[in-house]
Ligand binder design. Structure first.
Ligand code: C5P
Length: 368
């Protein structure tokens, strides 16, 4: 614990977890608002958002990997920070490119495709489900992550963990019952009517809970598989996390570009770039910014914490987005939502209880 990095005196581990919880809640609220607050004719393209996310995340990861380069930070002769001569910058750059295009980089192609599919499905889900229901149902990724860990990583789960997974499924089921029995559409209240402009522009965004539930279920599968696959690749080599992130983003560009290149231009097309950024306003940019930030924080959480604690952060975000939904989207608290969400939270807490063997592991692993 001597090497625990800190920010303003607080351990980075906990700062990144709390940041991830707030980011998760903010993303579902801003993404939901960016989709439902405007009439379908003025909607932006989710494909553009997914592509921008990968481009920005990849560029930022590249800069971080470059600045962390051993060539720049430790001169082999002096063992001191060198003066940044153009030669050093160039050798750091070529070193990094060599690492990025290493022979095993193709391994990242699988999680890259899965994450692009997941990020696209997220748009379908959030446009068709209330924010709080989306967040609760999305907790099912704990279930899929566990299943893929058992199958692919040959992990053993304790009976307490299986029991909590069973409860998690029940909790999600209860939330779904209230969701399908309830309204299929949501009339937007004061705040969104103001955002559109005048009173006559007020519109009702039709939501299809079945479509939303289908999308979120599929996203849970890609999340579990991509997460476990990424863990396998990360633990199977010594490559830097930021280099892996650049590789992930590079491979993501192919599936992210395909729907954009294949889409037939709209009848009133005004050029490729114009069509790409049609209706891409402040809320769309905010969605992309929060997504990019989330991808980077996820990387930090995986590095300084672990996937188990990451589960805590996402379940904390349920409470945050639930409270925000009540305030922003006229979300009505029903007894079945409270029972379902509490069951999910209790199951997440139970699942994250350390097992006797795993509680002894971190201290053993952290000793040099
Ligand atoms: O919570 P979950 O693991 O499903 O979230 C994955 C999200 O984080 C995806 O949007 C993915 O694009 C992003 N991610 C990332 N870099 C990683 C791992 C995940 O940007 N190394």
């Amino acid at each position: 614990h001597l090497h625990q990095p800190t920010i303003c005196g607080m351990p980075l581990k906990y700062v990144s977890l709390v940041t991830l919880a707030v980011q998760n809640a903010a993303l579902s609220i801003v993404m939901h608002y960016s989709r439902v607050s405007i009439p379908p004719s003025l909607a932006y393209s989710p494909a553009t958002a997914v592509l921008l996310n990968e481009l920005l995340k990849g560029s930022i990861s590249f800069v971080i990997a470059f600045l962390r380069s051993p060539v720049l930070n430790q001169h082999p002769l002096t063992r001191r920070k060198p003066t940044n001569t153009p030669f050093l910058w160039w050798s750091a750059f070529s070193d990094l490119c060599g690492e990025i295009f290493s022979p095993d980089c193709w391994k990242l192609s699988i999680p890259a495709i899965l994450y692009v599919v997941q990020n696209s499905l997220q748009f379908v889900a959030i446009s068709n489900l209330p924010v709080a229901s989306f967040q609760v149902t999305y907790q099912m990724k704990i279930l899929t992550t566990a299943a893929f860990s058992v199958v692919l990583l040959r992990k053993k789960l304790t009976s307490v963990k299986w029991f909590s997974l069973f409860f998690l499924a029940i909790g999600v089921g209860i939330v779904q019952i209230q969701n399908s029995a309830g309204k299929g559409h949501v009339g937007l209240g004061k705040s969104s009517a103001t955002a559109v402009g005048s009173a006559h522009e007020f519109h009702v965004h039709v939501m299809s809970p079945l479509k939303g539930f289908g999308a979120v279920t599929a996203a849970c599968f890609t999340s579990g598989l991509a997460g476990v696959y990424f863990e396998m690749v990360l633990k199977g080599s010594k490559a830097d996390l930021w280099v892996r992130n650049v590789q992930l983003s590079l491979f993501s560009l192919i599936p992210a570009l395909l729907p954009i290149l294949w889409a037939s231009p709209p009848p009133n097309s005004q050029g490729f770039l114009y069509d790409l950024f049609r209706n891409f306003g402040a809320w769309a940019w905010a969605t992309v910014a929060i997504q990019v930030f989330g991808g980077l924080v996820t990387a930090v959480v995986i590095k300084y914490s672990d996937n188990i604690l990451k589960g805590f952060a996402t379940s904390l975000s349920i409470v945050l987005s639930f409270l925000a939904s009540v305030a922003l989207f006229d979300f009505r608290i029903t007894p079945s939502f409270v029972i379902g969400a509490s069951t999910v939270l209790a199951a997440t807490w139970m699942y994250n209880q350390p097992t006797p063997s795993s509680s002894t592991l971190p201290s053993a692993a952290s000793s040099p």
